[in-house]
Design a protein around this ligand. Structure first.
Ligand code: ZN
Length: 192
């Protein structure tokens, strides 16, 4: 038994009825996929298959979460996954993809959805995935901030580092002391 045999949907057996397949995408599944983006999680995937003429329509409905390092504090966070996608599948001579239709070899008469499910999950992960406001590891953020170069002596508005910290502030984080100092300096300059 191949490691993804569970995810093989035999299409040639399906006639007029609607068939529903359910997959539990847990840590074991992600371990089998062995890809760097996602290594842990729990996503329920429902695949509804219906045959229309010579085409099989697969409707995917994914719900659950994956565990990823937060892009702000690097500690683990749960990224919610809610995704619906459809795929049209037809039989042909060999495996290929043409105009959004997936062709699978007629001799096999089946499609393995293990990788499709993984791709749908990865598509669902925003580039910036962070904890809910206030739930980041503050000690980790402070450590990370120490590694950022100081913006003192640079043009404040053109400094990327400054922009990064502004973003943290918007997300509910306390302002870096440096900014209070800078504001105070500016006030003193006006007095002079
Ligand atoms: Zn975080």
């Amino acid at each position: 038994m191949s490691k993804f045999e569970l995810y093989n949907i035999v299409l040639k057996d399906i006639t007029n009825e609607k068939r529903i397949y359910e997959f539990d995408l847990d840590d074991v599944y992600f371990k089998k996929i062995d890809s760097p983006e996602v290594q842990r999680g729990n996503v329920q995937a429902k695949v509804t298959v219906q045959k229309k003429a010579s085409t099989y329509k697969l409707d995917f409905d994914l719900n659950g979460f994956v565990i990823l390092p937060c892009t702000r504090c690097l500690e683990d966070m749960n990224q919610q996954i809610h995704y619906k996608e459809s795929l049209d599948v037809k039989f042909g001579s060999k495996f290929s993809e043409e105009n959004d239709i997936v062709i699978v070899p007629e001799a096999e008469g089946a499609i393995n959805v293990a990788w499709f499910l993984y791709e749908f999950i990865v598509l669902n992960i925003p580039v910036k995935h962070v904890h809910a406001p206030g739930e980041c590891d503050k000690s980790m953020i402070n450590k990370l901030k120490k590694h950022l170069p100081s913006s003192k002596g640079n043009d404040e508005e053109n400094d990327d580092t400054t922009l990064g910290l502004d973003e943290m502030e918007e997300d509910g984080f306390s302002t870096h002391n440096q900014f209070i100092d800078l504001d105070f300096d500016n006030l003193q300059n006006i007095d002079n």
